[in-house]
Design a protein around this ligand. Structure first.
Ligand code: AMP
Length: 174
């Protein structure tokens, strides 16, 4: 089996000092690694009746749209404020310093639809927690939450209680 960890590059002090950025571009650039990542993200959900896969701007878009194709589902973007053209709802969440906000089109998910949430990386969990609130406030039923990488030392799962969290690469320490 392909070792996906080989295709993740650590970039120190990006985008600011003290951050070790997990660069997924080597994985995206390798067809076997990308196909394996999409297959492994989708695998637990092939029989879940997923109708919508959401991706969070911007790296989440790449994986979520491929997973949506794999599962025969639609793709819905969750974006930073002011980017989506039609009527939106928004959710803000706390960062270490300040706040961030995510938006979704108000008509992107219908009540009762089964939704799989996808992003590239789980760090503190704030982004995905806010994204889940958006989908549930539209009446979506979240069947799972999937990430390529989990930074386990940041305990992001604490912000996703009771959710079916699926991650491919678990990073134990910084
Ligand atoms: P969080 O809300 O703390 O879970 O942060 C998750 C979001 O921030 C994801 O959309 C990631 O793409 C991005 N992110 C956070 N930390 C990193 C990191 N060390 N390397 C790459 N992306 C990161």
């Amino acid at each position: 089996m392909i070792d996906l960890a080989q295709y993740i590059r650590d970039v120190r002090d990006f985008p600011k000092k003290g951050i070790v950025f997990k660069d997924i571009t080597p994985l995206l650039g390798n067809p076997q690694a990308l196909a394996a990542a999409v297959e492994q993200l989708s695998e637990p959900f092939t029989s879940s009746g997923v109708e919508i896969v959401t991706g969070i701007e911007s790296r989440g878009f790449i994986f979520a749209s491929l997973v949506a194709q794999r599962l025969g589902a639609g793709f819905v973007p969750i974006r930073k404020p002011g980017k989506l053209p039609h009527k939106t709802i928004r959710e803000s969440y706390d960062l270490e310093y300040g706040k961030d906000t995510v938006e979704i089109h108000a008509d992107a998910v219908r009540a009762g639809q089964k939704v799989l949430m996808v992003d590239d990386l789980l760090a503190t969990g704030g982004t995905m927690s806010a994204a889940c609130k958006l989908v549930e406030s539209l009446g979506g039923r979240i069947v799972g939450v999937a990430f390529v990488i989990e930074l386990c030392f940041l305990n992001g799962r604490v912000k996703l209680p009771g959710r079916n969290v699926h991650t491919l690469l678990k990073v134990a320490s910084e």
